[in-house]
Design a binder for this molecule. Structure first.
Ligand SMILES: [Zn+2]
Length: 328
């Protein structure tokens, strides 16, 4: 059954005064305007190729100092962070979505990935990465620490590990690192911080082994914790981890088994992103999650199933202004 948005969230794009820092650029509207111009042009020129290019429905390259792209991979996760000429990919959607991610990277002119983060070992997060790692040069892969006896045994997982091993032993000097609390990576003025990762949860629920990362660029920060569940969220609260962030990718596709009010209060985000597939069989995002967001008074909620690819970006010269665009 399709989940109906409560009225409060039906206007996902409307920014409340509290969020006036964040500007929205509705590129869909710009494309509509462009389409009108193109049709007018087509009427007089008969230039079929030109028209075809415009209607390819590909997101244009966003040329900024910093951008975080929540790629629409249906039911799954894939987040691209671009900072100057560096690129970090966190997850790659399911196995059958590798073309979507590869095409997206190509479209965004990503020729090399400086870091690939595998949040946890569920196929809707790592499946698509198999082909991405085969296709795009990768400097380093960051993996969650999971007890050997709890590692998946499916073919896709084996192929992922084989691909990483092949690349490591090849000419590319791909590095493989296991996530550890407080690790940091510096990228041209931006920093990726591994807030934590809990290997001890691997025999209980793989979701709770998700690597919790925060990317910080000037005033903008984004928190991504894969499919972390309540148990992992509570652990972060107990540890008083610094999880506050401007943008929060809601845990586990907006599931009610994650995203507690206490956790969201601590994150204290300005913008929430839910990554899920249209009419997915899990019922993500759950109504309870929306109740929690309502209770928080959260105004800016974006969903890949409704909004498509969602991109937040800012330029060094625009201070701490954050803009958002989406392409379906
Ligand atoms: Zn997932």
């Amino acid at each position: 059954m399709a989940y109906k948005l409560p009225p409060k969230y039906s206007k996902a794009y409307k920014l409340s005064p509290k969020y006036s820092k964040i500007k929205k650029r509705n590129t869909v509207m710009s494309l509509v305007l462009l389409a009108v111009i193109v049709i007018a042009y087509f009427a007089v020129s008969n230039d079929v190729d030109f028209v075809k290019d415009i209607f390819n429905n590909k997101p244009p390259v966003i040329d900024t100092d910093f951008a975080v792209h929540f790629i629409d991979v249906g039911q799954g996760d894939s987040t691209l962070i671009k900072i100057h000429d560096k690129a970090i990919l966190i997850d790659g959607g399911d196995y059958h979505k590798s073309d979507t991610v590869n095409d997206y990277l190509k479209q965004q002119e990503v020729e090399k990935l400086d870091l690939v983060v595998v949040s946890h070992f569920h196929t809707d997060h790592y499946g698509g990465l198999v082909d991405v790692i085969k296709t795009v040069p990768v400097d380093e892969v960051l993996l969650p620490d999971v007890k050997t006896e709890n590692l998946p045994t499916n073919n896709t997982f084996r192929e992922l590990m084989q691909t990483i091993t092949d690349k490591k032993q090849g000419n590319e000097k791909l590095e493989v690192t296991t996530a550890k609390k407080d690790m940091t990576y510096d990228f041209d003025g931006g920093q990726l911080i591994v807030i934590n990762q809990f290997p001890e949860f691997s025999n209980d629920d793989m979701n709770n082994t998700s690597i919790i990362v925060k990317f910080v660029y000037k005033e903008v920060s984004v928190l991504i914790a894969g499919d972390l569940e309540v148990k992992g969220e509570n652990r972060l609260l107990d540890e008083n981890a610094d999880i506050s962030s401007v943008i929060f990718k809601m845990n586990h596709h907006g599931s009610k088994t994650s995203n507690t009010l206490d956790f969201l209060r601590k994150v204290n985000a300005d913008v929430y992103v839910i990554t899920c597939g249209e009419n997915n069989k899990y019922g993500h995002p759950h109504a309870k999650t929306y109740e929690t967001l309502n209770e928080l008074g959260a105004g800016n909620v974006y969903r890949t199933d409704k909004n498509g690819n969602i991109i937040f970006y800012s330029n060094a010269n625009s201070g701490d202004e954050l803009e958002v665009a989406n392409f379906k």
